[in-house]
Design a protein around this ligand. Sequence first.
Ligand SMILES: Cc1cc2nc3c(=O)[nH]c(=O)nc-3n(C[C@H](O)[C@H](O)[C@H](O)COP(=O)(O)OP(=O)(O)OC[C@H]3O[C@@H](n4cnc5c(N)ncnc54)[C@H](O)[C@@H]3O)c2cc1C
Length: 301
Amino acid sequence: MKDCTVIGGGPAGLNATLVLGRARRNVVLVDSNEARNKVTQEAHGFITRDGVKPSELRELAHQEFRKYKTIESMEDKVVEIMKGNESFTIKTEKGQEWLTRKVILATGVKEEFPNIPNLRDYYGKSIFNCPYCDGWELRDQPLAVFGIVDYTLHMTEVLRNWSQDLVVFTNGEELSKIQAEKFKKLQVQVETNPVRLLKGSDGMLHSIELENGQIVERSGGFVTPELVQSTELGMALGVKLTDQGGHQCDHAGKTEIHGLFVAGEASTIYPSQLIIAAGSGAETAMAVNVELTHEGILGSN
Ligand SMILES: Cc1cc2nc3c(=O)[nH]c(=O)nc-3n(C[C@H](O)[C@H](O)[C@H](O)COP(=O)(O)OP(=O)(O)OC[C@H]3O[C@@H](n4cnc5c(N)ncnc54)[C@H](O)[C@@H]3O)c2cc1C
């Protein structure tokens, strides 16, 4: 029987695994390696790792795990979690099955993009979702902002700190009077015509072609995708989602299902940052360790 199974090997799951390993817990990390930041070459804002490739950050974490004999990790996808009296049964896509006392869901979120053709070709290279992550690299450039108007309003306001040459593309959504006034106050151009195609090469944006034939030159931009939980594993066990889209839990990730915890963007989606997800993973791991200790289960190695 495992003390804890961590599902998801992004920063939340990795940090949770490290803390549990150091707490002498038999922990298994299962990761399907499909994190949404895989598309980007560099991740920023994580102290001592500013500019690190996301895959390198993961590799470094796995190197650190080798010191701790109670940590096991595998590339696989959890397809089912069954709750028993004192434990859970975990089942994976590759046909593995085991018992575990506790589970941490660190499965992150997935992105639903506005309906703009070929936007994904540029995502992670010259179009990003978070100014705190990639605003510095695009500073003072002519930028595009894509997304649902209400979301782009906040994004545009914040982005003006990095570039004041902004054009918002609503992709056919018309502005209300209030929205139009807000954009006017921000002195930002808004194009409501649907986007026909993004143009550029190797993921680097040059211009945006609208349905009316107009071409607007832009060298990069930001999009505000909708972020939704990447798995229904928690919901299948009865955990509800908050209005913000995270799983309902206490401050340390404990859900109402005894033994089931959530960390990273599985618990709180915003602000969406590696270091915040990693911190959440660490805190959740400590809560798991305390619960095991209270139940009389001590570190085994
Ligand atoms: C393009 C882009 C650029 C970004 N740049 C930055 C940046 O520069 N700086 C920054 O701080 N943040 C950045 N972020 C945000 C950052 O990536 C996230 O905040 C962070 O990765 C969230 O961590 P997490 O551990 O909660 O989830 P994730 O990193 O998303 O990890 C979740 C993991 O769970 C796995 N998983 C899901 N379901 C299952 C399952 N059923 N079984 C097994 N495994 C499963 C997935 O494969 C994935 O590996 C960026 C995001 C994107 C999309």
